[in-house]
Design a protein around this ligand. Structure first.
Ligand SMILES: NC(=O)c1ccc[n+]([C@@H]2O[C@H](COP(=O)([O-])OP(=O)(O)OC[C@H]3O[C@@H](n4cnc5c(N)ncnc54)[C@H](OP(=O)(O)O)[C@@H]3O)[C@@H](O)[C@H]2O)c1
Length: 386
């Protein structure tokens, strides 16, 4: 029986993780649940999964849960969240945004398996996460479908996933292209929040859905791939593949390409990360080869979707620059969702914030928190001026 901490249990990845556990009660138990403020849903999850520890983002939420479950350990805030990330065999980081960084660091410090959905922590904290991973040898098994695909393609084909790439020529990250793949520049000027939340192939939380519409999600994933697999940016390419069946590919030095294909269902990569190196006996949707008909591939349009280029730029700058990129993006997306800026201005805010990046080194954890704070202040000021 593997004990699991589901941190971010009320979101899209969190609820799908609980779905995987619900389908395999003989293999997994839920030890810890954590979420922001969605108390009603957390209380239902407590009744069903009977965790021994619950952590919420604020006191109001934790007090409300405590009043209903008086014998349960319920806490709130960063320190308890860090502790929660050491309390199970597998830690699923399904929190959205920079708030997931303490979970990633704490789980790796404790030498736990980290099933990582929260890409933002790896992007913002890359150099620090690298050091912790090296010192404890803790495993990160990616939950992001593209990186799960790369992990599967590399398995058995490249001896050391985290070391020099050796036989690997290129990582090819696939992108659905989002809802605006075929839109003109004039149409992009009119994008509404509703349009951007209407993803063609995946049903996800609002932040990542907007990121997918700007292609910043793919930009973040380029940095995520660099951090996970230790491969240079010049060897990571993006290919648009609208059907979201090929989840990513690895090209080897002899030009042989290995791809991972499956239906677009996040429960497959979640279950892979929970069970690795074994595989789930149950299926999360089989491909019907008789009706699939075609798989299309094309180059991404970086003129229409400048976030992709901005992510390469920040990744290549390294150190705290990806933390600036991530913070600027979080602020811009939040402002777009609140109706303060329009969709085209998301990339402008990120570009203008990155222009102010001080290039500080990322030597200790606090360098990341300082970079995040400074970039948020600058991005907020940029938005006020727009
Ligand atoms: N959804 C996907 O298919 C998908 C695919 C690949 C990667 N990812 C990545 O997975 C992560 C989660 O995405 P999502 O789509 O599942 O997001 P989501 O649906 O918005 O869920 C976010 C979760 O984080 C919790 N949360 C927010 N702030 C928190 C805090 N300060 N402390 C503790 N918990 C907090 C939320 O709790 P409340 O509900 O209480 O606010 C919720 O449980 C993101 O990094 C995303 O990029 C998602």
């Amino acid at each position: 029986m593997t004990s699991v901490a589901v941190l971010g249990s009320t979101g899209s990845i969190g609820t799908q993780t609980l779905d995987v556990i619900r389908s395999n009660p003989e293999d997994f138990s839920v030890e810890v649940l954590a979420a922001g403020t969605s108390t009603d849903l957390v209380m239902k999850q407590i009744e069903e999964f009977k965790p021994s520890l619950v952590v919420m983002a604020n006191a109001e939420a934790s007090e409300r849960i405590k009043s209903e479950f008086d014998s349960l350990q319920v806490y709130h805030g960063k320190k308890p969240l860090e502790k929660a990330a050491t309390q199970s065999d597998v830690i699923v980081n399904a929190i959205v945004g920079f708030a997931g960084l303490p979970v990633t660091l704490s789980a790796l410090h404790a030498g736990k398996r980290l099933a990582l959905a929260n890409k933002e922590s790896l992007i913002a904290g890359g150099p620090i996460v690298r050091k912790v991973r090296e010192s404890t040898n803790a495993e990160i098994i990616p939950v992001d479908s593209e990186h799960c695909a790369l992990h599967q393609c590399l398995r058995g084909n490249a001896d050391n996933l985290n070391g020099p790439s050796g036989p690997v020529k290129k990582l090819l990250l696939t992108a659905s292209g989002g809802p605006f793949r075929e839109w003109t520049k004039d149409q992009l000027r009119q994008v509404t929040v509703e349009d951007s939340l209407n993803h063609p192939t995946w049903n996800m939380g609002p932040k990542i859905t907007v990121d997918s519409s700007t292609l910043m999600n793919k930009g973040l994933e380029i940095i995520e791939a660099h951090e996970l697999f230790g491969i240079g940016y010049e060897h990571i390419d993006v290919v648009v593949h609208p059907q979201s069946i090929v989840h990513s590919m690895v090209e080897f030095v002899d030009s042989s390409v290995i791809a991972q294909l499956s239906m677009p269902d996040m429960r497959l990569p979640i279950s892979y990360a929970l069970r690795y190196p074994e595989r789930s006996q149950g299926s999360w949707g089989e491909i019907d080869w008789g009706t699939l008909n075609r798989l299309d591939f094309e180059k991404p349009n970086e003129d229409m979707f400048p976030c992709l280029g901005l992510a390469y730029e920040a990744g290549q700058m390294g150190e705290t620059a990806p933390a600036w990129l991530n913070a600027a993006n979080e602020i811009a997306v939040e402002s777009f969702l609140q109706g303060t800026i329009d969709w085209m201005q998301i990339s402008e805010v990120i570009q203008m914030t990155l222009n102010e990046c001080d290039g500080n080194l990322a030597e200790v954890e606090n360098d990341i928190y300082a970079a995040d704070k400074k970039a948020r202040t600058i991005a907020t000021a940029v938005i006020e001026k727009l």
